[in-house]
Design a protein around this ligand. Sequence first.
Ligand code: NOJ
Length: 944
Amino acid sequence: MRLNRNCLFFILSFCYVKGVDKGNFKSCEQSSFCKRHRATRETPSAYIADLKSLSLHKERAFIDVINVEANIPLTLEIIALHNYAFRIKIQEKNGLRKRYQVENALVREPETAPIILLEKKDDHIVLGLDAVNRMVIQGNPFRLDLFNKDGHVITMNGRGMFKFEHYRTRKTLPEEIPMEHNPETDSQIEPLDAEEVQQTSEEPPAEVPVNNDAEETEPGMWEEDYKSHHDSKPYGPSSFGVDLSFPGSNHVYGIPEHADSLALRDTLNGDPYRLYNLDVFEYELWSPMALYGAIPFVMAKGKEGAVGVYWQNAAETWVDVRDVPGGGVVSSLMKLVSGGASEPGPHKEVHFISESGLMDVFFLLGPGPKDVLQQYTGLTGVTPLPQMFAIAYHQCRWNYNDQEDVQFVHENFDKEDMPLDVIWLDIEHTDNKKYFTWDPIKFSDSLGMMKNLSDKGRKLVTIVDPHIKRDSNYFIHKDCEANGFYIKDTNGKDFEGWCWPGSSSYPDFFNPAVREYWKEQYAFDKYHGTTKDVYIWNDMNEPSVFNGPEVTMHKDKLHHGGWEHRDVHNIYGMLVVDSTFQGLMARGENKLRPFILSRSFFAGSQRYGAIWTGDNGAEWGHLQVSIPMVLSLSIAGMAFTGGDVGGFFKNPETDLLIRWYQAGAYQPFFRAHAHEQTRRREPYLYDETTKDIIRQAIRQRYALLPYWYTLFYENEKTGIPPMRPLWLEYPKDSDTFALDDVYLLGDSLLVRPVTESKATSVKVYFPSDESAMTIWYDVETYETFTGRGYKSIEVDMYKIPVFQRGGSIIPKKLRPRRSSVLMQHDPYTLVVALDEEGKASGTLYIDDGESFDYREGKYVYGHLDYQRGKLSFRFLDAGRYSDASWVERIIVAGLRLKPHKIFAQIQGTKDHVELDFKYEAKMHILTIRKPKLPMNYEWHLQFY
Ligand code: NOJ
């Protein structure tokens, strides 16, 4: 069937006017496995761990866990990991079918560590990474307790919600056989053989299980309908879930993507948070509904420390969050093991429920929030340093109509002196939604268009979606069809769905040959009309299927290896981007850093570039929620994220647009975008004042590019994201644990964007260290704010409340330019903000801004330090970069005494050069002009 353009408009316009239709998306009640798990009765658990079955190896242990009601043995595998983490896997011991193990999320197989048997008693076993970081396995009922230096930090199955639906054969035949099967693909999934289950128990194997499932005929176990869609469920139920409590932790964060507060809310009176990658138009705010991406990672934050859980599963997953008033997780055994643990006070508990796949869980023992982030990104990877242009300003719209329009847009940015690095082309630039092609009339000379952009140092991003138009003249379709590259229907035929081009099929990125094929399409001799300045946007990769259940793929469709879509859904989008990444690497001959924006994502997607928060709306609430959304992504490893500036749907009022630019300028990914039915809203179209305010906001972004760039470099090295919740830097300041309107960039800038209509003042929370009172300097006026708590800050339309921490040094570039490339050789301004003791420090990272040469040591990474009248610049490591520019201005804020003289000395020279300066006594600001200090040498200034 063909979806014509009117029909597409209907779908879009409908949502455009009304916002999300919740009725198009399942609630837990409508999802049979979620409902079954939520109804699991609490303790006593139906599961026991047969501790006698323990089989201990160097770095792992195996124990049988038995479902005593159904008499089904499971294997619990415990793996000790390097860097304070345990991994556990649970699956059937004699399974009828192999479970899908996520393969693409981890950077590599994690490094294991020796496992120590600390104690073995009849009722419990203690396994340790060392004497402190350990896991207690209790036999009856089955539960796990984890300890770190702060004591008891995680309990699994304390409430007895563990439920594992083993694969089984259907006892009663359905009245009607639901779907035809394809014997060919069905047989690709073999039952587990003994070795695969790692049957290592030294005990005799458990008796052949007797399947006495009372729940056999519960609705939705063997087939399930949602609206007009039928899920044939040929393998029956396979879900599992368990409760995880965090004694000592009052807050849990993570499990993006949801349009909700950063601190996760109790979900008992509504739906759980849902992780299922979906294409949701103008989504509901402050809601646990699923969105485009899923990262099954939570961080639990206690008074000081933090721990994390990474639930590695790509199937549909629901997560209940519960505020436990107190008690509940300390058994008498625990008291014994921990030397008298007392009942915890109020704390958080989560209940993870996944539809299929392997139960594969990582417990990250911190003990601090940054340690947890490092443990998590150690497993799933970090965002590689983006090119400089990628962290500058992007101008997008659905659509820039033709090459003349593109020219018009960037010329107007120039006319208005507004910096711009990237123009984006949405789906209409293609020849009838055939990706990797150009509309032959509107973009007849894409290379000419590219030349004009490149001459100004600008780039282009084109969209490449993973639904392929079923058009027998389209080369991609021909190749995919001929090679069997598409995802298959239950009858073995290519699956056909509707998306932008009408009838479409979807390449199966789980097939390595498809990934290789997709990669090759980016080569210059295949993707014609593009140059090295063209980068890629992968959209609709959840995947979006307009006529599929919940606008996505049916769960019983089949992938390479015989896996059902059910098993792999949340990882599909990441594999699309992985293939694009490989394509851009190859096209840039492994020299140029790729840039890709993706809508869908999973754990590990951070390794391929940026994501954005999808189809938001031009409403104040959407601007407000962008902050906790980006923070939540940041603490789940996605360092490079942002929302559509201005709001995708609807037309923003001018004041909303202004405030959005100001907020966007201080989020990692900074792109304006708009729906095709909105009015044009490029910033040059507005009145003089509005233009000026937006120009200033974009310029503030450009001025801070050296700082952003340094933060991204440090993120690649450490996994700590550029945009941070306050508690990441002030883990003991409990007033920071649930803030959604304020955040830090690095550890030095506090940002509280104005996100309220007609605001004349905003309340800003200033965090502080316990030991010292942090001073915060307004970055424009240098007014200081000291002491923990809220302060009211007056704001006019120009004002973006941003404060520099006393004790920090921030590098900036203040010469306005058209694009970041043109700033490359511009000199630096260093802003030194002194703390109470008159000290400050910071870092600066410099390289060519585009290539991988930095990985060969072609960079400068330096430490700036001011104390006792001496400002020094020292290299932090062996990296060297000759083209590193120089310092044209140094501003020192908070200097109480005017120096008499200042001398500079550059490494390798004997000269002490006297410098010119100005001192403002009232504000305690010193400005050194033209010190001409090179950044490719070490140097210091001495204040006398
Ligand atoms: C959906 C995306 O979310 C949106 O940003 C884009 O403009 C449209 N698809 C059209 O490609």
